[in-house]
Design a protein around this ligand. Structure first.
Ligand code: PLP
Length: 369
């Protein structure tokens, strides 16, 4: 076989601006007035876990927040030594490794705490843990009213150091009244347990919480989405820099006559001769099929161009009638500074978090300094 064929460039790729990421980190630090746990779960929201961890490791981060042990391992295997916090419950079978590698677990039950304590005793260690308190999320942590009564039992576990307390906000971008009440409850619990001096780390605020609310006695914030350039509260969007630009290229350019269907189901039919560009990205790359017929645009040569008909697995069709000099090979911004992820999400009937994490492995991530 001839192995000197030219490389085949990807049809779709994501350019990730590490300088913009670091700018957003400083915005989070300033707005939060607290140290940061950088949330890098789900492959750093689709931005590339190892690359994000390496880019931020030297930036004075208190923790990386991950969803599971597999993500924690990947960070360590990339040579990054920043403390790691597991954001959710752990399987019993994972705990020996967590103890051995000194990752920080959050506790949601006495049973879990006792198991960690036994494993830490066997390893001759004192494991750092945080108390997770459910103040309204309904997903994890000790139910709020049980915490004061359990504290004695938790404190008696000699091989655990409960150095932190945390909770999570379910509605910081939707319901300010509920969120303010929730923050007050968190502080009541904190006070009942001895106040700020009792815990080295006190944390509650995600991106929306950090941007929109007072941190009170919290000294650690857990931003995710805002670091990747999207504010969950639109009024703060102007402070953030775009990090990911999802790109593709025009693969084919044709003029279709009036009355010609475009894409599956022929939901769109031209009403006049139309210059149609075929672009090499589709739902197989994570460009949502739910955008079909929702008025989605892409960005070509400095202009918005409407997507026509349904999104297919590998390709979309775009009306470039307004761009006479459009050419095959032209770059297309499918999402980025000009077509924000929040807009794509809204038109697809979902949220920016899901758009980012839905970008598939076929999309090459290019990290630019
Ligand atoms: C995902 C997550 C975050 C980050 O939330 P954003 O809204 O992306 O800032 C913070 N805390 C916990 C517990 C999470 O699961």
């Amino acid at each position: 076989m001839n192995d000197s064929f030219p490389v085949s460039p990807p049809r779709a790729w994501a350019e990730i601006d590490l300088a913009a990421l670091k700018k957003n980190l400083e915005v989070a630090r300033l707005a939060g007035g607290a140290e940061l746990m950088v949330v890098v779960k789900a492959g750093a929201y689709g931005h590339g876990l190892e690359e994000m961890a390496k880019a931020l490791a030297g930036q004075n981060i208190a923790f990386f927040g991950v969803a599971n042990v597999g993500e924690a391992r990947r960070i360590r295997n990339a040579g990054v030594e920043t403390p790691i916090y597991l954001l959710g419950p752990t399987w019993a079978a994972e705990r020996e490794e967590i103890v051995a590698r000194e990752w920080t677990a959050c506790l949601s039950s006495l049973e879990e705490a006792r198991h960690f304590n036994r494993l830490a005793a066997a390893a001759g260690k004192r494991l750092k843990t945080h108390l997770a308190v459910d103040t309204g999320m309904g997903r994890g942590g000790f139910p709020m009213d049980q915490v004061p009564g359990l504290m004695g039992a938790l404190d008696s576990l000699a091989h655990l150091e409960i150095e932190g307390i945390g909770s999570h906000l379910p509605s910081a971008d939707e319901d300010p009244d509920f969120t303010r009440t929730q923050i007050a409850k968190f502080h009541e619990i904190l006070e009942s347990l001895g106040g700020a001096p009792r815990f080295k780390w006190r944390h509650l605020l995600n991106s929306a919480g950090l941007l929109g609310y007072d941190r009170g006695a919290c000294n650690l914030a857990r931003p995710g989405l805002m670091l990747y350039g999207i504010s969950p509260l639109p009024e703060f969007q102007g402070r953030l820099s775009n990090v990911m630009t999802l790109k593709s290229r025009i693969t084919l350019l044709r003029t279709l006559p009036a009355g010609h269907g475009v894409s599956y189901g022929r939901q769109f039919v031209t009403t006049k001769p139309t210059r149609v560009a075929t672009v090499g990205i589709g739902y197989g790359d994570g460009y949502p099929r739910h955008l079909s017929g929702q008025g989605a645009d892409v960005w070509i040569r400095g202009r918005r161009c409407p997507v026509l008909g349904r999104v297919t697995m590998d390709q979309i069709m775009v009306d470039v009638s307004a761009i006479p000099d459009a050419a095959e090979g032209d770059e297309v911004e499918v999402m980025g500074a000009n077509i924000p992820a929040s807009e794509v999400a809204q038109k697809a009937g979902t949220i920016a978090w899901e758009i980012f994490t839905g970008i598939t492995p076929r999309v090459t991530r290019c990290h630019l300094e």
